[in-house]
Write a protein of this length. Structure first.
Length: 281
């Protein structure tokens, strides 16, 4: 039904409906069964009621519980407070250091590495002398909302990798070396920790880089499988929807043919009555 027809149904339910009005209601029903909102039994019952309807008051209840094209249903408001999702910053600030971990990382003509799941202490000291070290904070937990990493690189290098959303404050200096300030000043996410990097680089360098966590091979394989399953489901859904539409089009053709035959029989009967009246029967 059009908006005008709907208004008429509300103000004058006894107003007679036209064939065009019934066809518009039938189209809404066809869309509803193609989208899975109605099963075939409900569709047949409502379609039969549509073509039998004579007034707007009889048409209006048929599609009252179905969405109208161009109108978005109101969102559902949940009164249940969902738990904090895994991976949020609230769950990664643990409020204490790992008792089995040391706040020092030292590389003298060698290297050190901290990556994966580990706890960043409130204050950590890193020294690289003729060596190199790497601190990867992308999957780490934090002992406090603000942690400090003091770096001393002498003829060596220290690389710090932080995840997106973490605020980085750089207070280190480079002497005949480099101290990376590119990530400083980027606003952090609400509730995210702050990482303060201090220290000195002498004939060496301290680099700071922001990267996403790279998914593992197993995760990438699961994602590929999920995408393939989704594509197969979409192809199947398109096939079912196409079959439904073809069936509905055939049903509509049959209904149209039946209506034409009924009209023709009605006209023929009226002509017979006129002829009988003309002959005085």
């Amino acid at each position: 039904m059009t908006d005008d027809a709907a208004d008429a149904a509300g103000t004058a339910p006894d107003l007679r409906a036209s064939d065009a009005d019934r066809e518009r209601v039938a189209e809404v029903l066809r869309d509803a069964v193609a989208e899975g909102r109605l099963d075939m039994t409900e569709f047949e019952e409502r379609l039969d009621a549509t073509y039998k309807a004579r007034t707007y008051g009889e048409l209006a209840p048929i599609t009252r519980d179905l969405p109208v094209a161009g109108v978005t249903p109101p969102p559902v408001v949940s009164l249940h407070k969902d738990p904090v999702p895994q991976g949020s910053w609230t769950g990664r600030i643990v409020g204490g250091a790992d008792p089995g971990a040391t706040p020092w990382a030292v590389a003298v003509m060698s290297g050190f590495e901290r990556k994966g799941r580990w706890v960043v202490p409130r204050r950590m000291n890193c020294v690289a002398f003729w060596g190199g070290g790497e601190l990867d904070l992308r999957q780490a937990d934090f002992s406090a909302g603000e942690v400090e990493i003091n770096c001393v690189a002498v003829m060596g290098g220290i690389q710090i990798t932080v995840p997106p959303g973490v605020e980085v404050v750089v207070r280190g200096i480079g002497i005949m070396g480099g101290f990376d300030h590119r990530e400083a000043g980027v606003p952090g996410d609400p509730g995210a920790p702050r990482v303060i990097v201090t220290g000195v680089a002498f004939w060496g360098g301290v680099g700071i880089e922001r990267k996403e966590v790279r998914p593992s091979k197993a995760q990438r394989r699961r994602e590929r499988e999920a995408r393939r399953e989704l594509r197969r489901a979409e192809r199947g859904a398109r096939g079912v929807q196409g079959a439904h539409r073809r069936m509905l089009e055939g049903h509509r053709d049959l209904l149209g043919e039946g209506r034409r035959e009924a009209r023709e029989e009605y006209r023929e009967e009226r002509r017979d009555r006129r002829d009988r009246r003309g002959y005085g029967e």
